[in-house]
Design a binder for this molecule. Structure first.
Ligand SMILES: Nc1ncnc2c1ncn2[C@@H]1O[C@H](COP(=O)(O)OP(=O)(O)OP(=O)(O)O)[C@@H](O)[C@H]1O
Ligand SMILES: [Mg+2]
Length: 308
């Protein structure tokens, strides 16, 4: 199957001369969930705006379902639902009308039963006759999602869907994303919560300063960049690591009472057994051992050099 979105050598320089995207190329497959990670100002929203046809690229191209987003805007926009990062909606309109109107804007026939179902799925049905200004922040965010789904798009963009929402709503959103995936919708989300990407994405893309640093299957990424760390708590502090242990990747903490050893995720138990024998032979006594596996967050921080 051809990719549903194809991004080629995409660059964007804003009118003030700022280069927000720099030669970005990758494909998005139909039905996948892609999480875009990157610090503030990395270019995530810019990338989404270009794919959605709201911002023109300076160079390069984007095809959505086989159509160019600039020259065939109407065709590509109809395939896409966008939940924007910023809330911009008429606050005096009711929930039902707002969502229904959104469907009309995308050129689809009115379908009150469908709108009702979407509102039920998002736990907004009880508020259907309330004006938007009467809703809480989290509910307004759900209205944005309802609007994006109102015209039954094949592709859904969620730009920071869970920023500032409570834990319960975040979990609700994850479930909604999972339900949508089952219906075959392709989902691209940006998030600052790395655990969120770890939880729901099939693939992870990392953007920094307008450049795509990597885009990879989540499990493959964890295998490739993930490491395990063994912490060895010593019975008595030592001044330095004995020479006989020089071949092992070991670091001693400042207090001298803990050794840390990094090793590949795929290493077998015998590896640790040999290390413990070497410690024994060197006369280094320990109380206990613990292991920790690198998280996606560790990988991200090592790539970007800062937190998202
Ligand atoms: N209209 C504009 N004119 C000039 N510069 C812009 C414009 N829009 C965005 N930028 C700049 O482009 C860069 C990327 O912005 P963008 O909104 O794409 O980042 P982001 O990755 O979505 O960040 P965040 O995580 O904060 O939402 C930023 O430095 C921003 O200041
Ligand atoms: Mg953004």
């Amino acid at each position: 199957m051809p990719p549903i979105i194809s991004i080629r050598s995409l660059s964007k320089t804003y009118a003030n001369g700022f280069k927000a995207l720099d030669d970005v190329s990758f494909d998005i497959e139909e039905g996948e969930i892609l999480a875009l990670l990157g610090p503030n100002g990395a270019g995530k929203t810019t990338l989404i705006s270009i794919i959605c046809g709201m911002t023109n690229p300076t160079a390069g191209s984007v095809m959505v379902a086989g159509h160019d987003v600039v020259t065939e805007f109407r065709k590509t926009r109809g395939e896409i639902g966008l939940v924007p990062q910023e809330l911009t909606t008429d606050m005096f309109e009711t929930v039902f009308n707002t969502v229904s109107f959104s469907r009309g804007l995308n050129g689809k026939k009115a379908d009150p039963a469908l709108i009702e179902q979407i509102l039920r799925d998002l736990s907004l049905f009880d508020k259907r006759n309330n004006a938007l200004r009467e809703l809480s922040g989290g509910m307004k965010r759900r209205v944005l999602i309802a609007k994006a789904l109102s015209h039954e798009p094949r592709i859904l963009f969620l730009d920071e869907p869970t920023a500032g929402v409570d834990v319960a709503l975040r979990k609700d959103m994850w479930q909604l994303v999972e339900r949508l995936r089952k219906t075959g919708v392709t989902i691209i989300l940006t998030t600052h919560y790395i655990e969120e990407a770890q939880e729901i994405a099939d693939r992870i893309g990392v953007i920094d300063k307008g450049r795509l640093l990597l885009v990879e299957n989540k499990d493959a990424l964890m295998r490739k960049l993930g490491k395990k760390q063994l912490a060895i708590n010593l019975q008595a502090p030592i001044a330095e690591i004995p020479d006989s242990l020089a071949d092992w990747d070991l670091t001693l903490n400042d207090a001298g009472d803990q050794l840390l050893h990094n090793y590949e995720l795929g290493s077998n138990d015998a590896h640790i057994g040999r290390l413990l024998q070497a410690l024994e032979a060197a006369g280094v006594r320990f109380d206990d051992l613990s292991t920790r596996q690198t998280s996606l967050e560790d990988i991200f921080v090592s790539l970007i050099g800062a937190k998202a």
